[in-house]
Design a protein around this ligand. Sequence first.
Ligand code: ADQ
Length: 721
Amino acid sequence: MPELIVVANRLPVEPVYQDGDPDQAIVGYRLAPGGLVSALESVLRSEKAVWIGAGSDALDIDHGSLQLEAVSVDPHDMHDYYEGFSNSAIWPLYHDAVVTPSYHRHHFRAYERVNRAFAERIAEIAEPGATVWIHDYQLQLVPSLLRTLRPDLSIGFFLHIPFPPSALFAQLPWRRQILEGLLGADLIGFHTHDDARAFVYSCERFLGLAAHEGTIRVGERRVSVGAFPIAIDAQGFSDMAASPDVLARARQLREEMGSPETVLLGVDRLDYTKGIDIRLKAFAELLQDERLDPATTVFVQVAVPSRENISQYQQIRDDIELLVGRFNGSLATFEATPIHYLRRVLEREELIALYLAADVMLVTPLRDGMNLVAKEYVACRNDETGALVLSEFTGAARELLQAWLVNPYDTSGVSEAIVDAVRATPEDRRRRMTAMRATVFDTDAQAWARDFLNALRTGVASAQAAVADDRDQAKIPVNQLADARHLLVCVDYDGTISPIVTDPDAARPLSEAVVALEELSRLPDTSVAVVSGRALDNLRSVSGMPPAIHLVGSHGAEIDTALELDPAQQRLLEQCTAAAEELVSQVPGAHIETKPGSIAIHVRRCEPKAGANLIRQIVMGPGRYPGVLGRHGKEVIELSVAHAQKADAVRALRHRFDASTVVFIGDDLTDESVFADLSGQDVGIKVGSGDSAALWRVDSPVDVALLLNRLAQERAERSRS
Ligand code: ADQ
């Protein structure tokens, strides 16, 4: 195995003080087990690695299979590179420019010099053919500088923060240099597909490069681009959260707070991107409006001081401390202080005890690459209690779909979500937490590191790294839909506006999607329908859609009213059901769903081989009865005696409303009949991966909700003007 070199701005060390007293002199350094070090643990067990970061020779330490190597940087350059270009230009720009980035030539020159020093140091020590994994926004020029010096190396780059949309990235005076710098890598990883796509677009737009299916052609080379969402050591957090000492400390913390009924918690670096001020304002508003009781509710905000030499960081610290003082000043009593503000680093045990003490976790960044705090909170809630309010502008919101997702720019929306989360029934909280825990435990930090390194070393981006093609979300012609004379909006249900869950009766639509559909239905010349394979009755009860939204069940056989079969169809359906019941009874996990004009045989809970075999037997058996139509879905086959297709229903609705334009969004095979039937100004949007006749694509139900929202807003604006 070729040697591994990890490169990051910082070395993973912490100072050792004389007599262990932080007020005494530093006598040496020891390895500090941060997230990246633990992610690399299993890799380090099987191979030797070198970690390169800025610092002095004093930091060169050998730690078992990990050797640390410091790159020495001139102190003046260090300031202009780190506080300057990295944190006053790139950091704000990449976080949606939530504060204005400042661009200075001398900062960029220092950034170049420091990146060059890194590249030279790597080139000096790397063995032939070594694998080099470069981390984060401070080192974006290193890949190409290093490639020039050492073309034999395999170079990977991972960006821990978002990549901005090309319209924003356009601001950067050195945008070409940054893109070209990154493209020196063989593999560039991001947290989300959106970030990866944004990068690909900028390469197309500013460098004129051609990209296809996650690779960018750069001369003779191909650079892979992919999404590798970072994970945490969920089991490690969970184990610590189960320890009696931590549990006791969590109880003690609540007592020390005066045993309030509800504890809300925020944990962040003190950064203007984290939206700490937003949640403080939302919380204070709820107390002022008496929707939460200051006598029984406590909000704890822990903030780690960060980048304190930069003026915007001093500013956000002052702003937050002013808000805390002001709100406590007006809301506190001698018995109760509603906001507890702790500006400090906490030991891991103490942090976990706080996670356990908190009923509701508030994670409200304006923008965040991933946000590990959200995942850590979920991993610690072993008893499946607790609630998470999560900004939709975090990478974590792409995975933790069952959180109370909020738009952090909308203070009243955040307040509403906090109240909902505080008042949610224990069953609702448990249902959401169970699903989120399954996601967080599905993978771990070590698998994340292994996946990235495997993709880099094999030259094949792993399955989850497949990225945008041309049919991207950003290019969906929302304008065209907003302008349509009469717009018909049709959405599938499961997997489109409602995330897929194991129990079909537990599938609920995302509230953002429902709100957007309802808004659309209220606009003039706009009709809205949910078109599902479910029986109409069942769709009505699980979706809880307001009456203005039309419901189409049984793949189009039931439009707003229940289907009635003629006697021959009724008999045929009974024969099919009897034959299918016989086959299903022999396969554990399989079950039959009966609908007015069909039966669906579900194999999602079967052992995969047995499930596939059962579907074959159904196709060869009752599926062949004359007059029966078999329809394949995801781990389900449906036998229908009423031969409607979703396309028929959409055609009928188009006719009924005299619609000029149809937008149809769906994720299932059965939606393909509609996509194939669209024409003219119509827009078909496929949710998720896989072949499709749809011209456009989004990743997940959250994207569908965001898109519907955008459409509702743009169409509302048009109808007002
Ligand atoms: P950060 O911006 O630092 O990370 P985040 O992902 O939330 O944000 O990680 C913060 C870490 O610091 C968490 O592990 C948390 O437990 C810890 N922490 C926070 N407050 C603490 C306190 N008071 N005491 C002790 N520990 C504390 C960047 C990107 C993120 C991305 C990560 C990883 O900005 O979007 O998720 O990198 O790629």
